[in-house]
Write a protein that binds this ligand. Structure first.
Ligand code: PHE
Length: 448
């Protein structure tokens, strides 16, 4: 017998834990900033509702039907499709390689919050702090290593247990914390400009680039396209209602991303930061918001601690996909696989950590550094390809009718089944395909 979640709540916590992470708190706000604001947010919502949610349901259904982690899930239905699982493993490797860089930054900021050195609203000073970090190879690599070490230790302990319990406190705490920060941020003098930037879509800003990034962000944020949700869904029992879960996770995930947007962007405008700052946006802006709050010092510590926790519940899901492949499909030992894979990811991650500092002038492919390369390769190419193959597989190979049967096994009527089937068979593949073709085109043009 395979393990089952100790409760339905356990699954929801783990899946939501995977979805909610740096993607929401760190990536969403800066992507909004670099992709023109409200137009990106609007596109994000459209893709979320018509592509993200239907695919979330498809992924969980595939997992529960086969009761296998992603590689086996595809293989058990059609041998030829097992490569999709393999794609997920590669994707997990590369995401974790740069995710751990940012995880390391979070640990560094947590340390500085504890030391009280972030207590300023001065954009120049905060910019310097971040810049200094980027230029300290030893620190960067050490913190990245610590982040991966935490991830590895949790994965070594199996799926349920401590993390599930801790999530029950940490997730709501993160939610409340973000609401408080957002409240502070939108009430700062001069924040109106930022609120407008977030909420008023300037549709002339929408182009293929923005569409690629918005769709990639949906996949990244929901953890779909590399098999996490298939694998997690495989631990669900036949009595569990997967319909409400497939809606609940995106709702929680999006709420957190939006609130993080409101916590960051208005403050960027009010306090004189640059909205197009890129990956450093959260790290330079939020300490300034804390510094302008009573007891901000404490807030700062708690915040980075909660972000670290959220990042870990996501990173363990990536590592889990990689490990379960070697354990289930290659009959390798769980312990050894976990340690070796983590080490490999660490080695691959080092260039990502160095690429914005000492290796800044090392233009790799088409002017991208390692960090951007890993990010583009996973978010815009691998996850999107995985999402495309998932809908073709569930819609046409497993067949939408069979998927609907699986969804209804638990005794719940799926009223929107015809709509979902139509989306999964036609709309999602067509829309994702158009964007994907452009992502490939862009990527190939960069390389040559
Ligand atoms: N969804 C996670 C986040 O938002 C990142 C992630 C992507 C996790 C893909 C697993 C798989 O931080």
């Amino acid at each position: 017998m395979r393990d089952k979640w100790s409760s339905k709540v356990g699954f929801i916590l783990a899946a939501a834990g995977s979805a909610v992470g740096l993607g929401n708190i760190w990536k969403f706000p800066y992507s909004v900033g670099t992709n023109g604001g409200g137009a990106f947010v609007a596109l994000y919502f459209i893709f979320l509702i018509f592509i993200g949610v239907p695919l979330m349901l498809a992924a969980i259904t595939l997992g529960r039907k086969t009761q296998l982690s992603v590689f086996g899930a595809y293989k058990s239905i059609n041998k030829k499709w097992s490569f999709v699982g393999g794609l997920g493993v590669i994707c997990g490797f590369f995401i974790l390689a740069f995710y751990s860089t940012v995880g390391g930054w979070v640990i560094y900021y947590l340390k500085n919050a504890l030391l009280g050195t972030l207590n300023t609203t001065n954009p120049d000073l905060l910019g310097k702090t971040f810049e200094n970090l980027l230029n300290s190879p030893i620190e960067l690599i050490s913190y990245q290593f610590i982040f991966l070490l935490f991830t590895m230790l949790i994965v070594l302990k199996g799926i349920s247990g401590g993390i599930e319990k801790a999530s029950k406190i940490m997730m709501p705490a993160l939610f409340i914390m973000l609401i408080v920060i957002a409240f502070k941020s939108v009430t700062l003098k001069g924040s109106m400009e930022g609120i407008k930037f977030l909420l008023t879509p300037d549709f002339s800003k929408i182009n293929m680039q923005v569409a690629m990034n918005a769709l990639g962000q949906v996949f990244f944020s929901l953890s779909i396209g590399m098999g996490v949700m298939v694998t997690y869904g495989s631990y669900l029992g036949k009595k569990d209602n997967i319909l409400n879960t497939a809606i609940l996770i995106p709702v929680i995930d999006t709420a957190i991303a939006l609130i993080a947007g409101f916590a960051t962007i208005p403050a960027v405008f009010a306090l004189g930061f640059k909205v197009t700052e890129g990956p450093g946006l959260m790290f330079v802006t939020l300490p300034a918001v804390f510094a302008s709050m009573p007891m901000g010092h404490i807030f700062c510590i708690v915040f980075f601690l909660l972000v670290l926790f959220a990042a870990l519940t996501s990173s363990i899901s990536m590592l889990e996909v990689c490990v379960s492949y070697f354990v289930d499909e290659r009959n390798k030992k769980r312990k050894t696989s976990t340690v070796i894979i983590t080490l490999l990811i660490f080695i691959m991650g080092i260039p990502a950590s160095l690429s914005m500092g000492v290796w800044k002038n090392l233009d790799l492919i088409g002017g991208l550094n390692f960090f951007d390369l890993y990010d583009k390769l996973t978010t815009n190419i691998l996850l999107t390809t995985g999402g495309f193959l998932l809908c073709i597989f569930v819609g046409w190979v497993l067949k939408a009718e069979n998927a609907v049967k699986e969804i209804e096994i638990s005794g719940n009527k799926f009223r929107l089944a015809p709509v979902w089937s139509f989306l999964i068979k036609y709309v999602v593949p067509a829309a994702v395909f158009i964007i994907l073709i452009n992502s490939y085109k862009e990527f190939i043009l960069l390389i040559i």
